[in-house]
Design a protein around this ligand. Structure first.
Ligand code: SAH
Length: 691
């Protein structure tokens, strides 16, 4: 089996796919996946165990043998729970070979090998019969195939197939049912991740407004879900417009249909406002009575105070195709459409029933304006961040002259437009393979901004109409960047175009710095931490697999489904409360004006007692004297670490191989010593921490 693994190459700005053969070491993939977080999710585990015990008892009470099918067994945990609860036999199906191998070891170690058969197949390949993988159909179906969106990992087609071919009619399912809830809100913060707001530019000859092309106004965007920790979202960031309503539910003990469908509910707004966002989450009832319930409901909805932090299931933010004014008490219809793997929403005013019904189309949304393909959600947030834009405006005003010839190197950037309004009267050049020409057209700038569709090393004087570049600008931002320092590709591009620059060229940003903060996490440590035993089962085999790779910053992973680049360890720290600062420092400074000059700094001492779980890393770009754009820590509000992070950027998180714990100020190590090296050939940063 061939596997392709994505890797950003910061020296070329390209995303490369490296082919790995079957001996490829999957430990890294496993370490990055959410298995550890699931094993640490006490609430989930306890409730599964209760649900499984109840299902086994019900089957036994009927005088039947309890035959369990566990689809997606992972570590084998749910099958071991079933076996302990008295199940007669369990078929544990796992498609991912390294996990299936781990499950075999874990089942063996816990003494269940005669009760549990691990089948390394996709469930749709499993056969039933005397010579099949399963001797007979199961009467208990146990699965945990859910993502934040519930159905994004293919739970529906898997259930549909299992009911047709692998389980008996009337089987017991754990969980028994899932219910999806929604709430309508207005939120400038969240809406700024989906639409470009007009950009105001205070130029010398008056205020200019950069507008977006009309296609963007009602573009439905992309269907990928935006999953975030809503529990960490300050309540001031959104206004609730409706009560929480049940959107749809799925009964897993009955045949499930995965074909596209839609569900509609009537809502009565509790407040007038602009409906922009549908917040959504789900809960699962482990048994038919609904007494064993595991919920993702956010803090303002949940009645219990017991709160389980988890990263593997969060909450969903869905963007309506366009914002819709709603009036308190005036009914509206909300429609959820879904296909096999994703959900999207529409809102309609309550006019004629039939008219509304006819208007609901089930096709998945497709971005028509191109912006949603070019800019991901954090990127939209960055472009809408007026404060950030102001820094670019201030610095451009400092460096631009009326006769400046600018070359902008960045993906899908507004910098050329800003430069034009701020006084560079010459034609601007914009070099990048990814651009947004409609944008320049909408602002009548086609003849002022020339897009060069060439890689920097292929730039010729004829592209520049024989002019030399006096101002080279970049945000810098490149869509292929997966880790904060990957935007240093600007530096490589700058080197490639050297021969086209005037001798006294201004480069903006003039330098960049890499910052590091050693931190104690209240919760995030769980995603990389060993768990030893889980509900009494020894899962150390799993810990060993994760530990092997805990020291590495993970490489890139591209999720094709979500159409967005994800890095397991890249995190929105502003949505991660309760992180305690241990040590805060600049580690490297990159002089972008000159070639590859990197300066390192010594680490400051660890200040107080406590734990150190890892390091957070981010970049700061120094645009001009005293003007910079920070992609990480904006401010530490108090020493307990209520930090203010840039909400539109993800930061890198590096976990130490073990937690450093200092009990008293006396036994503190004076510092975490580290070696962080930037390799100018590869553009990668190697890190080594000594604790
Ligand atoms: N049951 C474990 C692991 C859940 S993670 C636990 O609760 O802790 C889900 C697992 O299901 C992943 O390992 C994934 O590889 C596997 N999986 C998903 N769909 C599957 C399918 N249709 N057939 C077999 N394995 C599947």
């Amino acid at each position: 089996m061939k596997t392709f693994c994505g890797r950003a190459n910061p020296t070329t700005g390209a995303l490369e796919w490296l082919e790995e053969d079957e001996n490829y070491d999957y430990h890294q993939e496993i370490a990055r996946s959410r298995y550890a977080d699931m094993l640490h999710d006490k609430d989930r585990n306890v409730k599964y165990y209760q649900g499984i015990r109840a299902a086994v008892s019900r089957v036994k009470e009927r005088g039947e043998k309890a035959i369990v099918l566990d689809i997606g067994t992972g570590t084998g945990l749910l099958s071991m729970m079933a076996a302990s609860a008295g199940a007669d036999f369990c078929y544990a199906v796992e498609v991912f070979k390294p996990m299936a191998n781990a499950a075999v070891k874990i089942v063996e170690k816990n003494g269940f090998h005669d009760k549990i058969k691990v089948i390394n197949k996709h469930s749709t390949e499993v056969t039933v019969g005397p010579d099949g993988d399963m001797q007979c159909r199961a009467n208990i179906l146990v699965t945990e195939l859910f993502d934040t969106e519930l159905i994004g990992e293919g739970a529906l087609p898997t259930y549909e197939h299992a009911h047709k071919y692998l389980v008996q009619e009337g089987c017991e399912a754990v969980p028994h049912r899932a219910t999806v809830y929604v709430q309508l809100v207005e939120s400038k913060r969240m809406w700024s991740w989906n639409k470009l707001f007009p950009v105001h530019v205070e130029a010398e000859d008056g205020e200019k407004i950069i507008v977006s092309p009309s296609e963007m106004e009602d573009c439905p965007g992309v269907p990928s879900v935006c999953d975030i920790q809503l529990n960490q979202m300050p309540s001031s960031d959104f206004t609730i417009l409706s009560d929480v309503v049940t959107m749809f539910s799925v009964d897993f003990s009955k045949p499930v249909r995965s074909t596209s469908t839609s569900y509609r509910v009537q809502l009565e707004p509790v407040k007038s406002g602009k409906a922009q966002i549908v917040l959504s989450w789900w809960d699962i009832d482990m048994d038919p009575s609904g007494m064993i319930n595991c919920t993702m409901a956010p803090y303002w909805v949940k009645s219990t105070s017991a709160f389980q932090w988890r990263d593997h299931w969060m909450q969903c933010v869905y963007f309506l195709p366009n914002e819709e004014p709603v009036l308190q008490g005036e009914k509206v219809y909300l429609t959820a459409c879904r296909d096999e793997y994703s959900v999207w929403y529409k809102l309609q005013k309550a006019r004629g029933e039939e008219e509304n019904k006819a208007a609901v189309r089930v096709e998945s949304p497709v971005c028509r304006c191109q912006a949603h393909l070019l800019w991901n959600r954090p990127r939209f947030g960055q472009l809408n961040d007026q404060n950030r834009t102001r820094q670019y405006i201030k610095s451009l005003m400092k460096v631009l002259k009326t006769d400046s010839v600018c070359l902008c190197i960045s993906d899908g950037s507004l910098l050329p437009v800003l430069a034009h309004y701020l006084g560079a009267k010459q034609v601007q050049y914009f070099l990048m393979l990814l651009f947004f020409s409609k944008f320049f057209k909408a602002n009548n700038l086609e003849d002022k901004i020339k897009i060069i569709e060439a890689r920097p090393e292929l730039l010729t004087s004829s592209h520049l109409e024989d002019k030399k570049i006096s101002v080279l600008v970049g945000e810098p931002f490149f869509t292929t960047s997966l880790l904060p320092w990957h935007n240093l590709y600007f530096w490589y591009a700058r080197t490639a175009v050297t021969s086209h620059l005037t001798s006294n060229v201004t480069v903006l940003p003039q330098s960049a710095s890499l910052h590091m903060m050693i931190v104690e996490f209240q919760d995030l440590w769980r995603i990389r931490s060993p768990c030893g035993t889980c509900e009494g089962f020894d899962v150390q085999t799993m810990d060993d697999m994760i530990k092997v790779r805990r020291l590495k910053i993970v490489s890139a992973q591209v999720s094709a489904k979500q159409n967005e680049t994800h890095l397991g360890l890249k995190k929105y720290l502003w949505l991660l409360k309760n992180l305690y600062v241990r040590q805060n420092t600049i580690v490297l400074v990159f002089k972008l004006l000159v070639l590859y000059k990197v300066t390192g700094f010594d680490p400051p001492p660890l200040p107080s007692k406590g734990k150190s779980h890892g390091a957070v890393l981010w970049m700061e770009y120094h645009l001009a004297a005293d003007i910079s754009v920070n992609t990480g820590l904006m401010q530490i509000s108090n020493e307990k670490g209520n930090c203010e992070w840039n909400p539109n950027c993800k930061q890198a998180v590096y976990f130490f191989s073990s937690v450093i714990e200092s009990e008293t100020p006396l036994d503190l190590p004076s510092a975490v010593t580290y070696a962080i090296n930037f390799n100018t050939k590869t553009g990668e940063i190697a890190m080594d921490f000594k604790l």
